[in-house]
Design a protein around this ligand. Structure first.
Ligand SMILES: [Zn+2]
Length: 154
């Protein structure tokens, strides 16, 4: 079994794959990549995405956003626009984690990937995806220094 310190190292190294992002943002993305590799969440088909988004939003008591798919001139694989309440996915088969990441921007009312965002994202993953993935992600946030207080923070 892989030790958590090895996965933390993997997340820190992986942050280099996001050179245009802030250090915090790059680490958040990299932690998600590592969590997906070691505790995979499934992909959703396009019609499933629409239902999943609606179900999550109803349970979270937030308005359901417009859901769009398709190619755009962007380096992102997905984004959420809080002004137009739109979530967009470059892939027609996005990962559950990607969908929840974008919904966390709407639920947390945060464009950044700050502690408030991470708290919300973890909560959504626990509730709507899986506690194994959420637990690993939380350990990675702590291990990489994103969230230093293992008791009170997330
Ligand atoms: Zn984001």
């Amino acid at each position: 079994m892989t030790h958590i310190t090895e996965l933390v190292d993997e997340a820190v190294r992986g942050a280099r794959r996001y050179p245009r992002c802030s250090h915090e943002q790059a680490l958040v993305y990299s932690c998600e990549d590592v969590a997906q590799r070691h505790a995979p969440l499934r992909t959703l088909l396009r019609p499933e995405v629409v239902d999943f988004v609606a179900n999550v939003c109803m349970e979270e008591d937030v308005d359901i956003p417009h859901v769009e798919f398709g190619r755009r001139r962007t380096r992102c694989s997905a984004w959420a626009d809080r002004t137009t309440r739109t979530v967009w996915f470059g892939s027609a088969r996005p990962l559950v984690g990607t969908v929840l990441h974008e919904l966390a921007h709407l639920v947390a009312r945060a464009d950044a990937h700050d502690p408030e965002f991470r708290f919300t994202y973890l909560r959504l993953v626990r509730r709507h995806a899986g506690i194994q993935h959420a637990g690993l992600l939380r350990s990675l946030y702590i291990g990489t220094g994103l969230d230093n207080d293992p008791v009170h923070r997330l």
